[in-house]
Design a protein around this ligand. Sequence first.
Ligand SMILES: Cc1ncc(COP(=O)(O)O)c(C=O)c1O
Length: 377
Amino acid sequence: MTPNPREAIGRRKTELDTPCLLIDLDRLDENLQKMQGRVKAAGKALRPHAKTHKCSTLAKMQIANGAIGTCAAKIAEAEALVTAGISGVLLTGPVAGRTKADRLVALLERAPFLIAVVDDPAGIELLEARLAAAGRRLDVLLDLDVGQHRTGVPPARAAALAETILACPHLRLRGVQAYAGHLQHIPRYADRKLASREALRQAAAVFRELRERASSCDIFSGSGTGTARIDLAIPELTELQAGSYALMDAEYLAIESADGSEEADYTPALTLLTTVVSGPHGRQVTVDAGLKAIYRDGGKPRVIHPDYRRLQYEWFGDEYGRLVAPDRACLLPAPGTVLELIVSHCDPTVNLFDQFLVTRAERVIDVWPIDLRGRCQ
Ligand SMILES: Cc1ncc(COP(=O)(O)O)c(C=O)c1O
């Protein structure tokens, strides 16, 4: 029988079975307060993205810290957040097709103030028809493509799409969404700043026009961890959707946080414990965290241990990774050694686990289910 994860409470980190995901509560708290403080000082709101941590307990902590709600990437995530009792959910991905439209309309019964984004005239008509049939109304943001070419319409097509929305009696146009995902990890702060200013300048112009056109338009939502400090200076932006700042990962640690600064803005609260299971094999040892425990995307996982931090993690198949010594002076840990890693990319790595073990002062104090895990519909 699988052990009850709550049995880990009270144990030291080194006594835990691996691989497992840890959250350092003090670091998490510091990250949440830092972002919330900056957003508040700029007179804006924070609606953090839950796609990064997939955990309603953490989302509630963000709301307790002052966030106005939570973003969800998919309907299945939004459903889980609503089930957990969270309000102020913004669905940041457009719904397409009748199955999804019906699922969204059904969710409105439990979450009448949910906001969704739209980017396609046919999708808008379908949504309007399904809403009319159910006798429900929906608040929507017009999704703008500010260069990522993933979702949204180019700013030049926004006015026409806004007219389509405004002609639908069951839709209420609340404003715009503009997420510049392609800019978040630009390594140099100065380059990121230039690019994000330009992307959001276009979105701000659309938002100003829509505000003139419809008094219901009062939301301009966007931004991520990489551009948050930059975007706070955009006067029209009303709320930020940053997500990764809470847990952080190697990919975000690798970029400048401010002009010329090597220091990361937010500290890694999320780590992964792995055990050396075999070796040495020449200049490398084998650990029990591979593709099924650390997602192969984003930055290179980093070893935190002071004696072993020069070891290079490499994926070594489904179940294993290897830690490679760059030179002979670098010590190799013996089998049985438990090591802590900063993960490559938090979102897809979190999606590989059922729970976070929450630690303080090296001991597990709580277990939080990753209840949005696998909710990719
Ligand atoms: C639409 C949207 N908003 C916000 C975010 C959060 O960005 P980050 O995790 O970089 O803070 C994401 C992440 O991919 C996203 O897709």
